[in-house]
Design a binder for this molecule. Structure first.
Ligand code: NAP
Length: 365
């Protein structure tokens, strides 16, 4: 090899990344965003926000880091910025795309202010999920609902990610809904403590215990499922006519929501057909090869004692739902257990996938 060839600079085409911000970056979901964005191929962190407690401090000092992965060194020295839009009139957030991990009380006004100011917000908060012009998206289930954002009055846009239990549930319901129709769903959840945020459930309440109540959660699972499985027609969502009954429980598990589900189908189907519909399911994120999409959104296990949170929550890098114990139901038609990771697929990872889908569809430029 000649010397000039050996020392010639390598030609590399570097794709420019989208600068993004994380609202509520110090919380449980915010930290997941920071971890996932640290080596994301399309997005890079340009802004981190918090409450008055954190504003002005370096992120590494303000955050009570609770992830297994180390705090990415490149964000440790970033200054935590204020969250609300009016506070940015002199120094706006340096990125159009924002991921929101704010509590719903703060998100209610802050997300509208930021969308009005021209930002595209992808939110985990519940405040706007059921808004008539707000897309509530699980990318494998209702990617076409992104178009609902065209009805919004703001210069920017607001997309939402469903409740963490709703996401695992609708991922399992979608193939059944498409193949056989769905009349009724009964779901009993066993939800991890990380779903209650960093300062969530005191250990004296949850160790050696179970709490059969999470405020507002049952109503969210019931109404969000109908919206997500609904049809977008003439700029509005017609909710799916599926009766959904949810009973929720908080259990002493760190991460991973388990749900015991019974379904009545719209038409008769054999156990093999139901198994096949679940196991063969793929959708738009897999076809588009989106970076956060799992190879298979639903993994079906036939082992008698699975799925289990500790063993199955990280399936598909925490982005797949694992379905097991599929069997006939003597009251409805079939029953099964579905497990999904509540802060990955159920929050930060799910929101990243929504943003990736919006980018792939040309809705974020
Ligand atoms: P969290 O741990 O309590 O974090 C809340 C975040 O909001 C913190 O960064 C906090 O900042 C910030 N914040 C609080 N008050 C604020 C204010 N007045 N102005 C600006 N920022 C403020 O909550 P989380 O569990 O991460 O949940 C975040 C959102 O995601 C919630 O809406 C939740 O319902 C939703 N969600 C959570 C899960 C889950 O599994 N955890 C799943 C799906 C959806 P400081 O630290 O600076 O105070």
């Amino acid at each position: 090899m000649s010397e000039s060839r050996a020392t010639a600079p390598r030609q590399t085409v570097k794709r420019q990344k989208y600068p993004v911000g994380v609202l509520g970056a110090t919380g449980s979901v915010g930290q997941r965003f920071v971890t996932l964005l640290a080596d994301h191929p399309w997005f890079e962190i340009a802004a981190l926000t918090g409450s008055e407690r954190s504003v002005g401090r370096p992120y590494g000092e303000a955050v009570r880091w609770a992830q297994e992965a180390a705090l990415p060194p490149e964000v440790a020295s970033m200054e935590v910025l204020p969250t609300k839009a009016p506070l940015h009139t002199k120094a706006p957030l340096p990125c159009k795309l924002l991921f929101s991990a704010l509590g719903s009380n703060v998100a209610k006004d802050a997300e509208v202010e930021l969308a009005t100011a021209g930002h595209t917000v992808v939110s985990n908060a519940s405040s706007h999920r059921m808004g008539h012009d707000v897309p509530l998206i699980v990318p494998e289930v209702n990617p076409d609902h992104l178009a609902l954002a065209e009805e919004q009055p703001w210069d920017g846009a607001l997309f939402t990610n469903p409740n963490c239990s709703t996401i695992g549930l609708v991922m399992a319901l979608k193939p059944l809904f498409d193949a056989f129709g769905l009349d009724a769903v009964h779901a009993v959840t066993l939800q991890a403590v990380s779903g209650a945020g960093l300062s969530g459930v005191p250990s004296m309440s949850i160790v050696d215990n179970l709490i059969p109540y999470i405020g507002g959660e049952e109503e969210k699972i019931e109404s969000e499922t109908q919206k997500i499985l609904g049809r977008l027609e003439d700029g509005a969502i017609d909710p799916a006519p599926v009766t959904v009954s949810a009973s929720v429980n908080r259990v002493p598990v760190i991460d991973g929501h388990t749900e015991c589900v019974s379904v009545r189908l719209g038409r008769p189907a054999s156990l093999e057909e139901v198994h096949e519909a679940l196991a063969s399911f793929t959708a738009a994120p897999q076809e588009l090869g989106l970076p956060s999409a799992p190879e298979r959104p639903i993994l079906v296990t036939t082992e008698p004692d699975r799925p289990q949170p500790r063993l199955d929550r990280n399936a598909g890098r925490g982005m797949a739902a694992t379905v097991g114990r599929l069997r006939p139901c003597p009251i409805l038609d079939y029953k099964f257990v579905v497990l999904s990771h509540n802060t990955l697929r159920g929050a930060a990872g799910g929101a990243l996938l929504v943003a990736e889908l919006a980018v792939a569809k040309g809705l974020i430029s």
